[in-house]
Design a protein around this ligand. Structure first.
Ligand code: THU
Length: 162
């Protein structure tokens, strides 16, 4: 079926139905457990093999234990076969686009296909644009194989910690 909404294709050129993705995020948001913040959040994403995964935030009386919507989305990703994410959106309690928090950008990076597209408050962005110079799985592989990273690690000497 042709996509019903304007928006970029996935990195491999497959069309993304951004309207459907937004609807899935909004449906997920309605399952949020947010009695402490009263700030329900829903997130939805498409995987490389075309599955749709979603999640909502789940808060806790011990506030710091709260799970963001992206956490349950990533759990569903793995519960339904794993793989990597190619397109993502997140909404607040009104259905408006919400920017994933910093921690969740890191979480999404771990499970992103190269060039993953996110709908953000400033338009469509790639994962590298919302988390530049990310620390990720490849960083660890680089350190393991060379004994150091690509220049941004502690051995680069580029940071003056006087
Ligand atoms: N929240 C998310 O679920 N995802 C984000 O990316 C931003 C924040 C949730 C956490 C908390 O339950 C509520 O929004 C208010 O911070």
């Amino acid at each position: 079926m042709a996509p019903s909404s304007a928006g970029p294709a996935a990195p491999d050129g497959t069309a993304v139905d951004w309207d459907a993705l937004r609807r899935a995020a909004t449906d997920a948001m309605r399952h949020a457990y947010a009695p402490y913040s009263s700030f329900p959040v829903g997130a939805a994403a498409i995987t490389e093999d075309g599955r749709l995964v979603s999640g909502c935030n789940v808060e806790n009386a011990s506030y710091g234990v709260t799970l963001c919507a992206e956490c349950s989305l990533v759990s569903q990703l793995h519960m339904t076969g794993g793989g990597r994410l190619v397109a993502f959106t997140c909404v607040d309690g009104t259905g408006a686009t919400l920017m994933p928090c910093g921690r969740c950008r890191q979480l999404l990076f771990e499970h992103s296909a190269p060039g993953m597209v996110l709908e953000t408050v400033s338009g469509f962005r790639t994962i590298d644009e919302v988390l530049p110079d990310a620390f990720g799985p490849r960083t660890l592989v680089e350190y393991a194989s060379t004994g150091s990273g690509s220049g941004s690690g502690p051995s680069s000497g580029s940071v003056d910690r006087a």
